[in-house]
Write a protein that binds this ligand. Structure first.
Ligand SMILES: [Fe+2]
Length: 494
């Protein structure tokens, strides 16, 4: 009788554990059905693209972080005539301090029959953290004024809110995504590639780069967008005698690559608030001993989770998703870098490319079986969360077809336009929210609390590099790390 009872109890416990595991790892394919509509670029004379009034007024104004730690910005703009070379005046807002003048040179380029305007990039350095600055471009009647806020000083518990946008383009859906984002409390944008889709037009109509620059100016002039290059930036076109890859992108959108010892504007890193952000290029060589491989190898060693607990990767092509569009195009980079992502405990990888939204469970695929030759993604709490946000809304339309049945690694997926927000609260928690364009601005269609891989590891991910921990403990009062039993144990042993 007693044995029977035990067997029955064990069976119930096994059933409960199985059910719980299934529930935790079950993926969701959203049942939301979006109304079909044509993906069409806004007309070239649309109000969204209207140039500023005044002869040669600065236009397509955009800023990005200018150094490794947020003491500098790169301010960029385009003027149609060279008559006013770049003059930029900036000062701390509302404190009566003297303004500083910076003179910047301009560059331009041709692409097929298109000739660009004069593109100015000004590096403004020596800025104070957490301060408001105003800046004025041009002189006299054509001058225009903007402002920006510098980020807070780096620190492990500094809260910060990033927007995440990808594959935006310039359609009516792009406009909805953009308007929703600008109504949010995002302080900087992590842009995951594919910008204007100018290459969709005959001869890659460069005017569509100009319209895109004017379209996004209401945000890019006031807060930094951190750029990642996508396939639509390559524009390698021997048939047009254009054989310089990324030519328009590299002329127009500067990145602070030298500040992180990178040799290319296409891969680089910045530190902002409590995040270390690494930008990779899916369309540059990344195999062993290539410049990008060597740079990433060194950059990951520079990450100090006691200063920037959040380690985030931006790369255009997803390393894990289950959309039929571009399925497994990121497999080469996954195979090359995934072991590093696990070793350095990357918190999240954000991508675009597939025109939909998807979030994975924490998975890895680093074990292959010698006999079967197979290798499959497995749940791995040491692994990053992979999020695809290629749903900005461009001329190519949504990617509606998914792999069926939903793979176990996929946690949530939906083919709708939208943007994401990553709200970092402190060193242990960040809230990821995805906003579907069809809903109101504040409505959240998917959300996930990301626990930091170093400061709030889940039980089975308690494999933290000991050298990092020792460094942390010597510097910090561990009120927060007491939340992790492993960290506490190591603290006592150190
Ligand atoms: Fe793409």
């Amino acid at each position: 009788m007693y044995r029977k009872l035990c067997r029955s109890l064990s069976a119930w416990i096994m059933f409960f554990l199985f059910w719980r595991e299934a529930l935790v790892h079950a993926g969701v394919t959203s049942s939301y059905v979006r109304k079909l509509s044509e993906s069409k670029d806004m007309p070239i004379d649309s109000l969204a693209f209207r140039p500023p009034s005044g002869f040669n007024a600065p236009q397509q104004v955009h800023i990005t972080q200018g150094d490794y730690d947020g003491h500098a910005v790169i301010i960029s703009w385009v003027s149609t005539s060279q008559s006013t070379l770049g003059v930029l005046t900036y000062s701390l807002a509302n404190d009566g301090s003297e303004s500083n003048d910076v003179h910047c040179n301009a560059t331009n380029y041709t692409f097929a029959s298109y000739k660009s305007g004069y593109i100015h990039h000004c590096l403004v350095g020596g800025l104070m953290h957490d301060s408001n600055y105003t800046y004025k471009l041009g002189k006299g009647a054509e001058a225009r004024q903007f402002w920006f806020c510098t980020p807070p000083k780096l620190g492990p518990d500094v809260a910060y809110t990033f927007g995440i946008i990808g594959d935006l383009g310039q359609t009516y859906d792009s406009l909805r995504t953009f308007e929703h984002y600008t109504a949010s409390n995002g302080q900087a944008v992590l842009y995951v590639g594919d910008l204007s889709y100018a290459d969709h037009y005959p001869q890659h109509n460069g005017e569509r780069w100009d319209t895109w620059g004017r379209f996004i100016e209401p945000s890019t002039a006031y807060q930094p967008w951190i750029w990642t290059a996508g396939n639509h930036e390559i524009e390698f076109s021997p048939e047009l005698d254009e054989i310089e890859p990324f030519k328009p992108f590299l002329h127009r959108y500067a990145t602070p690559y030298a500040a992180s010892n990178s040799t290319s504007p296409l891969w680089y890193a910045i530190r902002r608030a409590s995040a270390h952000i690494i930008v990779l290029s899916s369309y540059s060589a990344y195999g062993k001993y290539t410049p990008q491989w060597i740079w990433l190898h060194d950059e990951l060693k520079r990450v100090d989770r006691t200063i920037t607990p959040w380690l985030i990767i931006l790369v255009h092509t997803p390393l894990y998703d289950s959309n039929r569009a571009h399925y497994m195009e990121g497999e080469g980079m996954r195979a090359e870098f995934e072991t590093w992502f696990l070793k350095y405990k990357v918190d999240a990888v954000f991508s675009g490319h597939a025109h939909a939204y998807e979030r994975t469970h924490r998975v890895s695929n680093v074990v292959s079986y010698a006999v079967s030759g197979g290798c499959v993604p497995a749940h791995d709490r040491s692994a990053p969360v992979y999020v695809t946000v290629g749903d900005g809304g461009n001329i190519e339309g949504l990617a509606r077809t998914y792999i069926q049945p939903q793979p176990e690694y996929s946690a949530f997926r939906e083919a709708s336009y939208g943007h994401a927000i990553l709200d970092i609260k402190n060193r242990t928690h960040a809230h990821l929210m995805w906003h579907r364009n069809d809903d109101g601005e504040v409505s959240i269609a998917d959300e996930f609390w990301i626990q930091n891989q170093i400061w709030m590891p889940r039980k089975s991910s308690d494999v933290v590099p000991r050298r990092i921990l020792k460094k942390s403990f010597s510097k910090l009062k561990c009120s927060v790390c007491e939340q992790s039993p492993l960290l506490k144990r190591l603290l006592n042993a150190a």
